[in-house]
Design a protein around this ligand. Structure first.
Ligand code: NAD
Length: 423
């Protein structure tokens, strides 16, 4: 297929997503439990946008001519890597599909994509739309299956030329090992996090409370980049804590298909129980439980929006990824101190900085060892902005021009030139 034809297929796909937006959004909510408002208002438009973004790149990917020493013509070709194996998680099934499939197809690869066992539906449905848009059979193959069988088979396969994985750090380590033991296929990893959300003493407290609340509770708290360590300056701490408690208690939990609901159920029983164990460990380690702390209702995997204050850095709730609706508030007194504490983590995915001071924003954005710093905002995911982690939060970047590099081989072609005019 020519690059222009690939571009047109992706553009037609984006149009079809919009035509079928209601079904796509309903499937995503049915599969995952996230609110329909979010599926319809964020996930579906972002899927279409991401596809148009990469459609735009398809016919603008090209190599270089290098001015080599002597009488040689040296070209650098950018070729597709071949078969891309992609493994995605359950927390954002459609978005993860978009971030993986968009750049891989734009660059001319074929794909075998394995969805998470909890959420197989929306990817199967949108893959059928992609075929309706003109993608030839066999170019995109969506596989439903379990991690240790289907996922591991993909990682070990000698015919797979590249792997892209999003999920937990522990599974990421297995994926990398399987790739190394088979054919040394290159791997990009987007893994877990324990992202700091830093509220300075000059912040507008009401705005900071609202943003910090969304940073952690969005998507039932099931975000790799959840702002799950809320660091608050001592001068605004008491006011911030009181208001965060009130905000969490107002959060509407219930049927994700109902209008006005902000929080649906957790993905499954395993995650539900794991989150409640973390809540118990917070109580046992002496953090102050201000709101929630238990299941919501007595049916389904719903959890009360939970807020802990007075947490200490060495508590489990302040160190490990909870992946649930649990806010952990920590107090700090100076910039140097908060930089040191925020960076004292094996993770380095994202950070939020809330301040009116340009100086503080500049200092923090450069000092924090994370892949994304959101200043006075959070969870902004434009298709063109790179996303990925430092340290154990990942390897490589997705989205933007950076994701193209994951799906291209670089080939040098050198030919002699007879009677070069310049020699
Ligand atoms: N960073 C993220 O976006 C993200 C997403 C989901 C879960 N998580 C974290 O992971 C924790 C566990 O959730 P999970 O068990 O669903 O995540 P996971 O990492 O086990 O699953 C993610 C994907 O990897 C696959 N997988 C699992 N084992 C595999 C293996 N041995 N080889 C190849 N593929 C394999 C799964 O089938 C799924 O498609 C969560 O509590 C959360 O902390 C992070």
């Amino acid at each position: 297929m020519t690059a222009y034809e690939r571009c047109r297929v992706l553009l037609r796909f984006a149009d079809l997503i919009e035509q079928h937006a209601d079904e796509v959004a309903a499937l995503e909510t049915w599969d995952n439990g996230k609110t329909l408002t979010q599926s319809a208002g964020a996930e579906v438009p972002m899927l279409a946008r991401c596809m148009r973004y990469y459609a735009g790149w398809a016919d603008k990917i090209h190599g270089l001519v290098v001015p080599a020493d002597g009488a040689h013509h040296a070209q650098v070709l950018h070729e597709p890597v071949g078969v891309a194996g992609q493994i995605i998680p359950w927390n954002f099934p459609l978005l993860m599909f978009a971030w993986k499939v968009g750049p891989a197809l734009a660059c001319g690869n074929t794909v075998v994509l394995k969805t998470a066992e909890q959420t197989p539906l929306s990817a199967l449905y949108v893959a059928s739309l992609l075929h309706e848009a003109g993608l030839p059979d066999g170019v995109l193959n969506v596989v439903s299956g379990f991690g240790p069988t289907a996922g591991a088979a993909l990682c070990s396969h000698m015919g797979v030329d590249k792997l892209a994985f999003t999920g937990s750090t522990g599974t990421g380590q297995i994926v990398l090992e399987l790739a190394a033991r088979s054919n040394l296929k290159p791997v990009t990893l987007e893994l877990g996090g324990k992202s700091p959300f830093i509220v300075m003493d000059d912040a507008d407290v009401d705005q900071a409370v609202e943003l910090a609340h969304h940073a952690v509770f969005f998507n039932q708290g099931q975000c790799c980049c959840a702002g799950s360590r809320t660091f608050v300056h001592e001068r605004v701490y008491d006011e911030f804590v009181e208001k965060s408690k009130a905000r969490a208690m107002k959060r509407v939990v219930g049927d994700p298909f109902r209008n006005g609901v902000e929080q649906g159920p957790q993905i499954d029983e395993e995650q539900f129980k794991k989150i409640l164990r973390y809540v118990q460990s917070g109580v046992d380690s002496g953090a102050t439980l201000l709101a929630g702390g238990d299941r919501a209702g007595n049916r389904g995997f719903y959890i009360q929006p939970t807020v802990f204050a007075d947490a200490k850095d060495d508590m489990k709730i302040a160190r490990e990824e909870i992946f649930g609706p649990v806010q952990t508030i920590l107090k700090f007194s100076g910039v140097e101190e908060v930089i040191r504490r925020a960076n004292a983590s094996h993770y380095g995915l994202a950070a939020g900085v809330f301040t009116r001071s340009l100086g503080a924003a500049n200092t923090l954005s450069r000092a924090l060892r994370v892949g994304t710093v959101w200043v006075n905002c959070y969870d902004v995911f434009d298709a063109g902005i790179p996303f990925g982690g430092y340290k154990m939060s990942g390897v490589g970047r997705e989205k933007g021009v950076y994701a193209l590099r994951n799906y291209l081989q670089t080939k040098a072609v050198v030919t002699p030139i007879r009677g070069a005019a310049w020699l």
